[in-house]
Design a protein around this ligand. Structure first.
Ligand SMILES: NC(=O)c1ccc[n+]([C@@H]2O[C@H](COP(=O)([O-])OP(=O)(O)OC[C@H]3O[C@@H](n4cnc5c(N)ncnc54)[C@H](O)[C@@H]3O)[C@@H](O)[C@H]2O)c1
Length: 450
């Protein structure tokens, strides 16, 4: 609890300073149109589907290049940005002259590559979630980013982070609403069951460059089934296969774990243990999974255990009165003196135990509340311009730490045992052979560095 380890006033002061970074914007940029000279020259990679959610923000900037492996999707995007030069290959698009920034909505298995290549070119990057699909990818992007964080603004598309509930949860727990924090849990109930990679079926249409779609992924035959989803949800057709994604950990896990990641101030865990009723399938990521990590103590809390449950696995409810299954994607915090249960927008504080009289809860006044984040995508475009590039809420340090932990859960699942982790070296210390799961094989000719 903060009053023991960090005086609450100090915490509020620190939070307000951090928050001030989010709010210090150049005049005329917040929600408004920019002067032409203030506009970023942006490349949009992965031009349709999820990208549609970014078109409005992008219209306040100069979209000078768009990139898609599917000409039909490129054509739809070109209607919005008719002046943008068109590319099929993101490696060429990143060398478009005069670029300031890229916003990327391609497949998950290209994210770490594109992030790293863009950072190497000194481009600001907004990357859709998940930032990476292996521990090695997460660490590599973070390392590149940390060398450039004073000049490049980054953000991962965990846009629910802008909901005010995120700040309220952080305040309630840091201000002692449940006493000393002991455990945190998050869960998601989405279940996408697939037997294995789709079999070869037909030829790719002339409008799709399937070879570039595969990009760094090991070879898998074309099947139209990877492309049948509605725009913005097509990721559900490929993200559960090991070579294309990390299943629900990278999908809803990126959003739902963020509810607690924003509270706990953690970096790398010291151990991880994942279990599933399902046997390891070398083609498909597990549907039902429970993964728990131990994170070391920091300056305001003790060591804690954090757990993620997916595909039907659920944490135990604190009371028979409460059915956690009613919350499809949620989080729970357990303290010495109570619980907080939350979804993305709402929270319930439940004092618990004999001493749960709330006298220990240092409720802050309205003017001490953490400042609103504002518009999530604009937080990034503003950070590209305002001289405070690292002030984005989901920058590549914050987000790489979180996806690294999630991917470690999958390593433990594959190893079939609890693993101790040296976060400084990025290696398991009790099972050398489990280190093979930290990284994966790519197709010849594709490199992280370019
Ligand atoms: N933040 C969110 O809430 C949210 C919601 C949905 C999807 N997403 C993320 O957005 C990304 C895209 O999801 P989607 O459902 O739109 O997927 P999608 O399969 O529809 O792909 C999006 C677009 O990228 C193009 N594309 C694919 N590979 C490419 C490549 N190598 N180079 C250039 N273009 C390429 C596709 O043709 C398509 O136009 C995923 O990473 C997903 O996790 C995030």
């Amino acid at each position: 609890m903060n009053d023991k380890k960090q005086p609450r006033r100090d915490f509020i002061k620190k939070s307000a300073i951090a928050g001030a970074g989010f709010m210090a914007l150049p005049a005329g940029t917040l929600f408004g149109k920019n002067k032409p000279s203030d506009r970023l020259n942006i490349a949009l990679l992965g031009a349709h589907g999820r990208a549609r959610a970014h078109y409005e923000t992008l219209k306040d900037e100069n979209v000078v290049a768009i990139c898609d492996v599917n000409q039909l999707n490129m054509d739809l995007c070109a209607k919005e940005f008719p002046k943008a030069k068109q590319y099929q290959d993101w490696r060429k698009c990143l060398d478009h002259p005069g670029l300031d920034a890229v916003l990327c909505c391609t497949t998950d298995f290209t994210h770490a590559f594109i992030a790293n290549w863009a950072l190497h070119r000194d481009l600001h990057v907004y990357m859709e979630k998940p930032l990476a699909i292996t521990v090695e990818e997460a660490r590599m992007v973070r390392e590149t980013y940390l060398k450039k964080k004073d000049k490049l603004a980054t953000q991962v598309g965990m846009q629910r982070h802008a909901y005010e509930n995120f700040n309220r949860l952080r305040e309630m727990i840091h201000d002692g609403g449940i006493g000393e924090l002991k455990e945190a849990y998050a869960w998601g109930n989405r279940q996408l069951r697939r037997p294995g990679y789709l079999p070869a079926s037909g030829k790719p249409p002339s409008t799709l460059n399937y070879d570039l779609w595969l990009g760094p992924s090991p070879e898998h035959p074309y099947n139209p089934g990877y492309f049948i989803g509605r725009p913005g949800a097509n990721c559900l057709e490929w993200n559960m296969y090991w070579d294309f994604g990390v299943g629900q950990m990278g999908d809803m896990g990126s959003h739902t774990m963020d509810l607690l990641w924003n509270v706990i101030d953690a970096e790398q865990p010291t151990s991880v243990k994942a279990t599933s009723p399902e046997a390891f399938n070398p083609e498909v990521t597990p549907v039902e999974l429970t993964s728990s990590w131990r994170f070391p103590a920091n300056d305001w809390r003790d060591e804690i255990r954090v757990s993620w449950y997916q595909g039907g696995a659920m944490p135990q409810s604190p009371s028979s009165w409460i059915d956690l299954n009613k919350i499809g994607h949620g989080a729970m915090f357990k303290g010495e003196k109570g619980f907080i249960i939350a979804d993305f927008r709402r929270r319930l504080l439940i004092p618990s135990g004999k001493e749960a009289d709330l006298t220990y809860f240092n409720i802050r006044s309205k003017d001490e509340l953490l400042p609103e984040l504002g518009h999530f995508q604009k937080q990034w475009t503003n950070a590209c311009k305002n001289g405070k590039p690292a002030a984005t809420a989901c920058n590549f340090e914050y987000s790489a730490n979180m996806i690294e932990a999630l991917c470690l859960g999958l390593c433990s699942f594959r190893a079939g045992e609890s693993l101790n982790y040296d976060g400084r070296k990025g290696r398991f210390t009790n099972n050398a052979s489990a280190n093979q799961y930290l990284s994966k094989q790519y197709r010849k000719g594709w490199s992280f560095v370019g």
